[in-house]
Write a protein of this length. Structure first.
Length: 227
């Protein structure tokens, strides 16, 4: 495990609940309400996918200019919520500190756009990350592998050298297709298992040595559940 690649929303910080607020407000502005199934499907989604889903569910005309304006409004509203500070997910800050103490390279890999990510980094602490990759900086966001491939490239590593930490179906798929080992720490939505995935209920129950062991299990050097 030569590096750890971190998802942001729902993995490091519990910002998905803030997205709930801004998405609900966007729906209300059109006189509608977001379904529970749609919200679950949007966890980890890119900005473009989010707006397409909103317009489809509300049966709105998919006019590009109107959709771009909705996207702008959604991100500005969310940025105002981010400005009040972001709540950490259990054990996330402690794990960042522990990995930093061991000088393990880390990257932030998120579908969130760069402008909003920069606000989030003011709360999280940009000093932890050697590089960061945002959804609007790659050809395709998660679930495409592009963000993880780009992060590994910027670190000068192969994706197979890296452990990705994710909370969503979308993010886990992206990291796995890229070739990363994947630690899934679900937040609000259940994430299925996979050959290159391991699950944990919380980062608070893990230490750095556990991450290394998980990586080795996935990489095939250790049998799963070995002592």
């Amino acid at each position: 495990m030569r590096a750890v690649l971190w998802d942001m929303d729902g993995t490091l910080v519990d910002s998905e609940k803030l997205w709930d607020v801004s998405l609900s407000a966007l729906y209300e502005s059109f006189g509608g309400a977001m379904s529970r199934d749609t919200r679950a499907a949007l966890v980890g989604a890119s900005a473009d996918e989010t707006i397409l889903t909103v317009y489809a569910e509300l049966d709105l005309d998919p006019d590009p200019a109107a959709m771009a304006e909705s996207n702008r409004w959604l991100h500005e509203h969310t940025a105002e919520l981010f400005a009040d500070g972001l709540p950490w997910c259990n054990g996330a800050r402690e794990m960042l500190e522990a990995l930093a103490a061991e000088r393990t390279p880390m990257a932030l890999v998120t579908n969130t756009q760069r402008a909003l990510t920069e606000r989030a980094l003011n709360s999280i602490g940009r000093q932890y990350f050697s590089v960061s990759v945002c959804g609007d900086e790659v050809p395709n966001g998660k679930p495409a592998p592009d963000p993880y491939l780009r992060a590994a490239e910027l670190l000068g590593l192969e994706p197979s050298d890296c452990l990705a930490v994710e909370d969503s179906v979308t993010g886990a798929a992206a990291a796995e297709v890229a070739g990363c080992a994947v630690l899934v720490v679900p937040n609000d939505v259940a994430v299925p298992g996979g050959r290159r995935r391991r699950h944990a209920s919380s980062l608070a129950e893990l230490q750095v040595r556990d991450l290394r062991k998980i990586y080795l299990e996935i990489d095939g050097d250790l049998p799963e559940h070995s002592p």
